[in-house]
Design a protein around this ligand. Structure first.
Ligand SMILES: CC/C=C\C/C=C\C[C@@H](O)/C=C/C=C/C=C\[C@@H](O)CCCC(=O)O
Ligand SMILES: [Zn+2]
Length: 641
């Protein structure tokens, strides 16, 4: 079946761009990235190809050459989300199937590129030098350079990045020349070189440039960050990274394919928890809780080395294949790393139930566009993948896989299926149909065909809303959190003490806050007249259990997952009138992770007082946020349609 990607105008099925040689020149003064991209191309279409069509968004193209000779090119109509198609007609002699040639495109990505955040020195930890980093998922690679911006088109690449002499460049690739830069421009600048011998789609291209330092944290891993942060990063991730890699290799029965697995901790404006850039996971500093309690994100990004980076969704409509499998792997890894053997264990159940809660919340929130809560949404007709992003592909995807595991006969058969899936599809880009066909084939061969055919596939894949069923997860660890939340909600916590949560994991504390938030909202929305907790009680709660700034006082580092939930509780209880408002605004000013800032801004806007604080705050700090976060926050705050 021909692969169709509604988010790309490129003719990737007709012409393969097999290898990329990149020369990048970073100009911090002008916030501009000059890109010379040389593609090794091959015509695939049996009937030949008349042109190469690339995706390009707000990049200035200054030259196009075929086999070294300048050629004409044209840009189509520019759309804000998708950019424009760059068409390069092929001369007669290059059009036939199998024809091979070189395409060179010189372009420049300026300060308005949605793929790059240019940070002034004040926005870095060291405050001495500027910084830049890219984020190409889902369709921002085209804002870096013209390319076939579809996950279906994979290529190998090599790159040279020329940067100021104080800067270090890192990419989603292996560092060549031992990672040592060579001086260029008479020593005023230096050049770093990279090679990515594995085939990657454009969304996995990544670059970061800044004053960076690396610390080894394992046989194949280095922690990278600004010098004043790198120690904290190495100690947060040093213990678990190699363990997760080894556990993942065992689970997948397939060696880690990417050589090195490094982690770069970015400045606070990084809009996501982590991004699975090959060889170099990007992560947010909000993971630096000081006690390794948020390393699950590293397990998630490690897992993408198999699910996503090796077996890749064919288009963003099939994103659940990347994320559902990765959440399944992540939960297997964190459970095993914690010493819990079986998948059905209490810890696994706690993680899964947290996921169900998150899924319910996102589905409830998506009232305006319920069709986006389908596991396989349609992105045709100009849907921006960033607008479609939610926890649905993560959590509904995980629940479908959990249901499939039940139908296959349990955890062990599921692991066998997973291993066969990786073997079958590694290095490919696949659709939901490919997955279903393989699952049915596998089930038939293992005597579980009837059970797997009994799955209501149509509803799971294509109906909006919650899934038709939820596998029975172990609720034992969630229970204590729920009981404590009920005590507070019912005003029975006058004797509350730090002992209530002693020995609890951060996840149990998060579940406690989640449950309490549910109770507060139910009381508030149910017309009970007052929410069950007053401001003074929330202050007592924060100080007894060390939430919000109280956590920072006692433990030195703030656990952002907990702080975020606590702030939502405060806003649900008393809107913008909460005595924690100043603290919440300071959290919003200093963090750009969308998982936190989007719900908090939305919560603030639920009350007059909160909205009056939120709008000027967003306007004042807008430039601090990543371009994608700015775009999404503008939607949340009703500043764009
Ligand atoms: C069905 C959805 C359609 C398309 C979505 C595809 C990409 C969405 C785009 O917005 C990029 C997402 C990047 C995500 C990166 C990391 C996440 O795992 C982070 C999750 C949130 C967090 O932990 O901060
Ligand atoms: Zn992911």
């Amino acid at each position: 079946m021909p692969v169709v990607d509604p988010s790309s105008a490129s003719n990737f099925a007709e012409v393969a761009l097999e290898h990329l040689t990149l020369a990048l020149d970073v100009d911090f003064g002008a916030s501009s990235l000059r890109v010379v991209a040389t593609w090794r191309c091959r015509v695939l279409a049996a009937g030949g190809a008349e042109a190469i069509i690339l995706d390009a968004k707000k990049v200035a193209v200054s030259s196009v050459r075929l086999n070294g000779a300048p050629v004409a090119h044209s840009m189509g109509v520019e759309s804000d989300v998708f950019g424009a198609a760059l068409t390069v007609p092929l001369p007669e002699q290059l059009r036939a199937a199998g024809s091979r040639f070189e395409l060179e495109v010189i372009s420049e990505a300026g300060p308005a590129s949605s793929a790059v955040q240019w940070l002034p020195a004040e926005q870095t930890a060291g405050k001495a030098h500027p910084y830049l980093f890219t984020q190409c998922q889902a369709i921002h690679a085209r804002a870096l350079l013209p390319c076939q911006d579809t996950p279906s088109a994979k290529f190998t690449y090599e790159a040279t990045a020329r940067v100021p002499e104080w800067a270090t460049a890192l990419m989603s690739a292996q560092r060549t020349a031992g990672g040592a830069p060579s001086p260029v421009d008479g020593g005023a600048r230096r050049a770093f070189t990279f090679a990515q011998p594995m085939r990657v789609p454009a969304y996995l291209l990544a670059l970061a440039v800044g004053e960076l330092e690396g610390r080894p944290i394992g046989p194949r891993s280095t922690a990278w960050a600004e010098p004043c942060v790198v120690g904290a990063v190495a100690s947060e991730f040093g213990q678990d990274t190699e363990r997760f890699l080894a556990l993942a290799e065992e689970l997948a029965q397939e060696p880690y394919a990417w050589g090195i697995y490094d982690v770069l901790c970015l400045p606070p404006s990084f809009p996501y928890g982590g991004m699975e850039n090959p060889c170099l996971t990007f992560c947010t500093p909000t993971l630096l809780a000081g006690d390794r309690s948020l390393v699950g994100v590293i397990a998630h990004e490690v897992s993408h080395s198999w699910t996503g980076n090796l077996v890749t969704n064919a288009s963003w409509e099939h994103f659940w294949l990347n994320e559902g499998w990765t959440v399944w792997m992540e939960r297997n890894l964190v459970t095993r790393a914690a010493g819990g053997g079986a998948d059905g264990g209490a810890l696994y159940g706690l993680h899964a139930l947290c996921g169900v809660k998150a899924l319910r919340e996102d589905i409830t929130h998506q009232t305006a566009r319920p069709e986006l809560t389908r596991l396989v949404p349609s992105l045709a007709g100009g849907v921006d993948p960033d607008d479609a992003f939610s926890r649905v592909p993560y959590e509904k995807g995980f629940l479908l896989l959990s249901h499939l595991a039940q139908q296959l006969g349990g955890d062990e058969p599921m692991r066998a299926f997973f291993r066969a899936y990786i073997q079958k599809f590694k290095a490919r880009a696949i659709s939901t149909d490919d997955f279903c066909e393989f699952a049915l084939h596998w089930a038939d061969a293992s005597g579980r065909g009837a059970q797997v055919r009994a799955i209501d596939w149509q509803r799971w894949l294509h109906a909006p809303g919650m899934p038709p069923s939820i596998a029975p997860f172990d609720e034992s660890l969630a229970l204590a959190s729920a009981q404590l939340a009920s005590r507070w909600a019912m005003g029975q916590a006058a004797d509350g003490s730090p002992a209530d949560v002693r020995g609890w994991s951060s996840l149990q504390r998060q579940v406690f806050l989640d449950k309490l938030l549910d109770e507060v909202r139910a009381a508030r929305d149910g017309g009970a007249g007052r929410a069950p907790l007053g401001d003074a009680e929330l202050q007592r709660l924060a100080s007894l259990y060390a939430f919000g700034s109280a956590a920072g006082d006692q433990r030195g580092a703030v656990n952002c997952e907990e702080a975020f939930r606590f702030y939502r509780l405060c806003l649900a209880q008393s809107g913008g009138g909460t005595s924690f408002l100043r603290e919440i605004l300071s959290f919003l000013k200093s963090n750009g992770r969308m998982k936190y800032v989007r719900p908090l801004f939305r919560d603030l806007c639920q009350s007059e007082e909160g909205r009056a604080a939120a709008l000027p705050a967003f306007q004042a700090w807008r430039a601090n946020y990543h371009p994608i976060a700015q775009h999404m926050l503008a939607l949340d705050l009703g500043l764009r349609a």
